[in-house]
Design a protein around this ligand. Structure first.
Ligand code: ATP
Ligand code: MG
Length: 427
């Protein structure tokens, strides 16, 4: 019989890897909590029109990468390729703008894009993202960048570079677009077919083409920074100053763009030196026009999204995560001992300890080996003799030190054991 396998571009996150994910998620929750961001959970599928309008039909994501299908009610439905469009839809639909002050939101979950799978690029992948809705202030741009760098730093990641640009407002961009088209038209025949196609539809996107000859041509293209009007220039100056004040280093990259009208001002990416071709860990920027584009009130906004697969790859390279945090591993043999051990495990868990009970019934030797591999701090041993006397053997696995005690002693002196385990875990 032919085995049914996971779809191309999807993968299982197995127990040997899940620790990295849970660690990233818990650090992220903590960092976001400390900046008072609230989690929002939106549906994984939405009306196709939301993404067409919210991301733009001229983008690769909408043009080539969406998982779109017609459901049984004949509606066109799309698995979300990113998080911002859904968050903004929800923001408008639930009138979150009625709350005074800026809304600080975050989300995490799977995203879907029909792409060619490779290391760090999948068809189902995961992002964590933030959106600040309702502030035009440069401090909001810098706050979200600072949260991203804070998160990455807390995870112990190094060799990251923040690339920064401003794409101005739509009138700045109109002037720039013309200059760019004038320049690129001289090389029309040398551009890759995709870029030739974009020359009329979405020329700014040509700037981040991955095609080698196109990249060469683009090197000498006019810079958008020279086309910023006074307001855009002032906003960008402030962003740069505040980043410097926070001691967050950045590199200017005038080729970093988002090609759509509702993206405005700040655009940024955080790139790793340790990831090969799929090097962008975080992408974000300001989108002052999007809420209105989707039918809401004028609401300036800024946010980012981090790709979690790429973070996990980096963390695995560092191998920086601590192993199992099991407190007790319990081995037992014989009917009475086995049932006492089960009760003991349950009591220890309700007292807040992490406990694994060996269920194999195999010889003590084999159970001890598993206890050693489990990473537990201590092993509890119950055989026939202990069971009859209501005692147990406690073995500290790190030191090999062993004692016998009454089962009730374990709970009479529970706080003492808690302290001992805590200090042994630190060493
Ligand atoms: P790329 O240039 O790598 O295709 P993108 O510009 O399409 O990235 P964004 O839409 O800005 O990416 O998404 C933010 C982040 O999500 C990326 O920086 C990356 O870390 C991650 N990401 C995007 N697409 C994928 C994918 N197919 N598989 C895994 N991670 C992804
Ligand atoms: Mg992409």
């Amino acid at each position: 019989m032919e085995l049914i396998k996971a779809l191309r571009g999807t993968r299982d996150i197995l127990p040997d890897e899940i620790g990295y994910w849970q660690w990233v998620e818990s650090i992220a929750r903590d960092v976001l909590f400390k900046a008072n961001y609230q989690e929002i959970r939106t549906p994984i599928f939405e009306q196709t029109a939301l993404f067409e309008r919210g991301i733009g039909e001229a983008t690769d994501v909408v043009g080539k990468e969406m998982y779109t299908f017609v459901d049984r009610g004949e509606r066109s439905v799309t698995l979300r390729p990113e998080g911002t469009a859904g968050v903004v839809r929800s923001f408008i639909e639930n009138k979150l703008h009625a709350t005074s002050g800026a809304q600080r939101l975050w989300y995490t979950g799977p995203m879907f894009r029909y792409e060619r799978p490779q290391a760090g690029r999948q068809r189902q992948f995961h992002q964590i993202g933030v959106e600040v809705l309702g502030s035009r202030d440069a401090r909001a741009d810098v706050e979200v960048i600072a949260i991203a760098t804070n998160l990455l730093k807390t995870l112990g990641l190094k060799n990251l570079n923040l690339n920064l640009n401003s794409v101005g407002n739509s009138s700045d961009r109109q002037a720039y677009r013309q200059a760019l088209v004038d320049y690129l038209s001289q090389y029309q025949d040398e551009l890759d077919p995709d870029s030739q196609d974009r020359l009329s539809r979405n020329p700014l996107r040509i700037l981040d083409s991955k095609h080698p000859r196109t990249q060469e041509i683009v090197q000498d293209a006019p810079s958008i920074l020279e086309y910023l009007g006074d307001d855009s220039r002032a906003h960008f100056e402030q962003v740069k100053q505040l980043l410097t004040a926070l001691e967050i280093p950045y590199s200017l990259n005038p080729r970093l763009v988002r090609g759509l009208d509702y993206y405005t001002h700040t655009a940024f990416e955080i790139i790793s030196d340790d990831l090969g071709a799929q090097a962008t860990v975080c992408g974000g920027g300001r989108y002052d026009g999007l809420v209105q584009e989707l039918g809401g009130p004028e609401t300036p906004a800024v946010g980012w999204a981090i790709g979690l697969e790429r973070l996990v790859i980096l963390l695995q390279q560092l191998n920086s995560i601590s192993g199992s945090t099991l407190d007790f591993y319990i081995v037992s043999k014989g009917n009475l001992a086995e049932s006492q051990a089960l009760i003991l495990a349950q009591k220890l868990r309700t007292n807040g300890f992490a406990v694994e009970l060996d269920l194999s019934g195999s010889a003590f030797g084999k159970q001890f080996k598993r206890a050693d591999r489990s990473g537990a701090v201590a092993c509890l041993v119950l055989g026939d003799a202990e069971a009859e006397q209501q005692t147990l053997k406690l073995k500290w696995l790190k030191t090999g030190e062993e004692t016998t005690l009454n089962q009730s002693d374990l709970f009479d002196k529970i706080d003492q054991f808690r302290q001992q385990i805590k200090s042994l875990k630190k060493t």
